[in-house]
Design a protein around this ligand. Structure first.
Ligand code: IMP
Ligand code: MG
Length: 195
């Protein structure tokens, strides 16, 4: 077997850096350093806005786990963390449209200041469902922080208060985001070429 067959390789083509794994080629869309700058900025805003309040962060598993780990260290105040898992895609690149809770919160959020941390807003169905579901548990407030906002025509109003980047309508991976559970551990946001 060829050496490195099972490892990611970074190649350079002209000015572009491309991650190659088998037949998959992943182009950089947002670099590590741009991600880190944005995470610092968002963390700073959240720290300022929630000063003196008791913040509960609800992270949506699994796509948000790397973003969460980074942004939580830029929020310079006490925070309680809880997790929810929802599934809407299965192994496909297209949302099934049906949102299912596969893991619920451990704590009550009644009367709490809730901030949802999400990786990406595509159709908006997942967030819409989550906000409705959480609202019914009577928190004091609910806001949304999402790293990426995909440029897709959508009917739902966009309620994201803390947004990282607007991105084109491409299927992206890395920094927590997957394609069929792969590529979550790539340190940048990229898109799969030849789509
Ligand atoms: P929505 O319900 O259509 O807004 O989809 C949101 C969820 O789908 C996100 O939480 C992601 O887990 C997943 N998703 C949407 N677009 C992408 C993508 O480009 N790459 C990886 N996951 C995505
Ligand atoms: Mg996903």
């Amino acid at each position: 077997m060829k050496e490195n067959m099972s490892q990611y390789e970074i190649i350079t083509e002209g000015k572009e850096k491309i991650l190659v794994y088998g037949r998959e080629r992943i182009k950089v869309l947002i670099t590590e350093s741009d991600l880190q700058d944005k995470v610092k900025e968002l963390g700073g805003r959240i720290t300022k806005d929630y000063a003196g309040r008791e913040l509960v962060i609800i992270a949506v598993l699994r796509g948000s786990f790397i973003f969460l780990a980074d942004i939580s260290r830029e929020i310079k105040m006490p925070v309680i963390f809880d997790f929810m898992a929802v599934s809407s895609y299965g192994d496909s690149k297209v949302s099934s449209g049906i949102v299912r809770i596969t893991k619920d919160l451990e704590f009550s959020i009644e009367g709490k200041e809730v901030l949802i941390i999400e990786d990406i807003v595509d159709s908006g169905r997942t967030l819409n469902y989550l906000v409705k579901n959480l609202q019914a548990r009577n928190p004091h407030s609910i806001e949304i922080c999402a790293l990426l906002d995909k440029d897709v025509p959508r009917k739902m109003e966009n309620k994201v208060k803390y947004k990282g980047f607007d991105i084109p309508n491409k299927f992206v991976v890395g920094y927590g985001l997957d394609f069929a559970e792969n590529f979550r551990n790539i340190p940048f946001i990229g898109y799969i070429e030849n789509e």
